[in-house]
Design a protein around this ligand. Sequence first.
Ligand SMILES: [Zn+2]
Length: 419
Amino acid sequence: MSTQPLVIGKFSLGMGDRFAHEAEAQLAACLAARKLGVEIVPVWNKSNREHNIIGSEPTSTRAAADAAVKALGWTAPYFLDADHIGLKTVDRFVGVSDFFTIDVADFIAQPAAPAAVQAFVDRHPELVGTITLAGIDRPFTTTRADVERTAAKFLLAVQEAGKVYRHIVSVKGVGRFVPEISMDETDSPQTPPELLVILAAIADEGVPIQTIAPKFTGRFNKGVDYVGDLAQFEREFNDDLCVIAHAVKQYGLPANLKLSVHSGSDKFSIYPAIRRALAKHGAGVHVKTAGTTWLEEVIGLAEAGGAGLALAKEIYAEALSHMDELCQPYATVIDIDRSKLPAAAVVDGWTSEQFVGALRHDQKNPLYNANIRQLIHVGFKVAAKMGPRYLEQLKACRESCARNVTGNLLERHIRPLFL
Ligand SMILES: [Zn+2]
C-alpha cells in the first residue's frame, strides 16, 4: 500500500449507482472526458439511506467500481464515498470506502457550550471587524456578537464532525481517506461569512477536509433543475470560493480544499455560473450526483420498448400508488404537483417515445414532465422490490441503459461544467 496521503484531484464527479449495474457506463463518461482533455475523478457515492432502501451493502458498490475500473483500464484515481454518514452509520462503510461525507446537519443549531463559544471567539479575533478577502469587492463586517451567534450555531456540528473523523482515522489511519463535511440537509443556507467561521472551527478541530458541502441559496430538488435567484447564487458561490482560498492560507486547511455541490445533478441553469466561477478563481469542485443515473436506467428500459417499456410503466404505476410512502423520506427536496401526474392507465397507453419524452431531462421537449421525473426519482424502492425481475430487464436492455447513463453524465453534466 502506498504511503502517500490520498488527495482528490481538482474536478470530481460523485456518481450514484443504486443497483450497481452502471459503473462501467458511468466510468465511460469520465473516460470520454479524459480523451476530450479534462480529468474528472470518478467518485461512486451511496448513502446509508439508499443502501437501506435497496437492501444492499457498501461492498457491492466497491465490487462494481473495481470491476468497471478493471474492465475499462482506468488507471487514474477513483474513490468510494460513504455518503452522508455519522457516528451511528459509518462502521458499515469504513472497510471499503476511501471518501467519507461526514453529515453533521442534524447538529446545526443545537447550541454549543457557552464556554466553547467564548473560547472560539477569543482564539479568533481576526473574525471580528472588517474582513477583506481577495476577490470579494465588499468586505465582510462582523461584530463579536455575530461571530458568537455563528459559533453557537455551528460549533457543536463541527465538534461532532471531529468525533466521526477521529473514529474513521482510528480504523483507517491518517491520510487513508478523503474527508468531506456536509451541512446541506438543513433548512437555511450558510452565508459566505458563516462559511469562514465554520472553516476556522473545522481547522481548530483538526479535520483536514478536502471538500465541504454547504447548503447554497435556492432549491436543489432531486432530479430537476435549480429553482432560485441565479444572480445571488453566482455571487455567493464566488464568495464561497474566495472564503475557501483565504481559509486554506489562514488556517492551514488542505490546499486542494474545494466546494462540494450536493444534489448537483440536473442543475442545468446554474452550471454556467459554476463554470465561470471555477475559471475565474482557478478553483476545483466536486459535483455530487446520485439519482440521475437511476432515471437514465428507467429511460433506457422505456427506450428499448417491449418488456423494458412494460416494466418502466409498471414502475410508474407502482410509484404512483405508493406516492406518500416514497416521497416521505425526501419531502424537503422534492416539489411534485400531483395534479400533473397522469393516471397509470394513461401512461400504460404511451409509446416508448412518449414515456422517454416525459422522463428525460430535456426542458425544450413539450413532453417533459418534471413531476413524473421527481416521482420516479424517489421511486427506486419499487424497482428494489421487483428484485431479480428488475435486474434481468437491466441486463436485457443493457445497450440502451448504458448509452443513456453515459450520455447523460457526459453531455448534460460534464460538458456544460468542465469541457
Ligand atoms: Zn447532501
